[in-house]
Design a protein around this ligand. Structure first.
Ligand SMILES: NC(=O)c1ccc[n+]([C@@H]2O[C@H](COP(=O)([O-])OP(=O)(O)OC[C@H]3O[C@@H](n4cnc5c(N)ncnc54)[C@H](OP(=O)(O)O)[C@@H]3O)[C@@H](O)[C@H]2O)c1
Length: 262
């Protein structure tokens, strides 16, 4: 018999997981649920529900992909219906202990994916409660691999770090793209040209990293020849204390993640 997995919430994350799992986990039946019918229509799903209680019936695994502020109402409505199932939450900042008490399930997984999951290139950091069996753990890993790569951690405080690093990470790279584009405009390029310069430079660099076995620092050295223009820019960034600024920014994200944990 097929494993049945329900996804509750078909927004950014739920839809990304639905699409990835539909492509890579053909042996499972997927139920997808959202209270907004139009989000379900966009997914062209075989088993779509607006009522979470119906979506979780007969399931082995439930992926919670709603905002943390929607979780209390949702879990009160399901009132114990998740007990005995593996519950995987991608909700930022909701601890394993809170999940266990809210879902009344001993088998819970806390995961932090990132937005490139939409392209099948996400990175998910995750941790399992002690009640998760080896078989459930393997299934969860498969689910994360359906939208990219995964890192399992064994200390829950690492979830704050992964939130700040890869969870927020896409925003840092998009900021670099915005800065490149705005400088291109200052140098006289049109908006369209500036956007092209920013996007292609970032995407091209990411593709080099992807296709090459070289490290970022090797690739950087390949661009920055001695006494050249890139070296001048990199030296200026170093003299301005970019490392310290960047590490401080990530420390603040880690601290904010700790503050938001429930
Ligand atoms: N977006 C990211 O980059 C990212 C990265 C890592 C983790 N996450 C986590 O992923 C979770 C989902 O984020 P998201 O950006 O995908 O949110 P989202 O786009 O708002 O999607 C959540 C969906 O769930 C629906 N929903 C809420 N309560 C429901 C209920 N009781 N029954 C059925 N559907 C319900 C929402 O409907 P309404 O709009 O009507 O409430 C919405 O359509 C969050 O907890 C977030 O912390 C997000």
């Amino acid at each position: 018999m097929k494993d049945i997995i329900a996804i509750i919430g078909a927004g950014n994350m739920g839809a990304a997981f639905y699409r990835g799992m539909r492509e890579h986990m053909m042996r499972v039946r997927l139920n997808v649920c959202d209270r907004n019918r139009e989000k379900l229509e966009g997914l062209d799903a075989d088993h779509a529900y607006t009522d979470p209680a119906k979506a979780i019936a007969n399931t082995d695994v439930v992926l919670l992909a709603v905002k943390p502020q929607s979780a209390t109402e949702l879990l009160a409505y399901l009132s114990g219906g998740l007990a005995g199932r593996l519950v995987i939450s991608v909700m930022a900042g909701v601890s394993l202990d809170s999940m266990k008490s809210m879902t009344r399930s001993a088998a819970v997984i806390r995961a932090m994916p990132n937005l490139p999951a939409r392209e099948g290139r996400g990175l998910t950091g995750w941790i399992a409660s002690s009640g998760v069996t080896a078989k459930q753990r393997a299934l969860a890993r498969e689910l994360f691999l359906a939208v990219g790569r995964e890192i399992e951690v064994d200390d829950e405080t690492m979830m704050d770090a992964i939130t700040a690093l890869s969870g927020s990470g896409p925003a840092y790279f998009c900021l670099i793209a915005e800065l490149l584009a705005s400088k291109a405009i200052k140098e006289g390029f049109t908006e369209a040209q500036a956007a092209l310069i920013a996007r292609e430079t970032l995407i091209g660099s990411a593709m080099l990293l992807d296709s090459n076995s070289e490290t970022p620092s090797h690739l950087r050295a390949a661009v920055a020849s001695k006494g050249g223009t890139t070296e001048a820019a990199l030296r200026a960034l170093g003299e301005s204390g970019l490392d310290a600024i960047f590490f401080d920014a990530i420390d603040r994200a880690i601290a904010r993640s700790r503050e938001l944990n429930i």
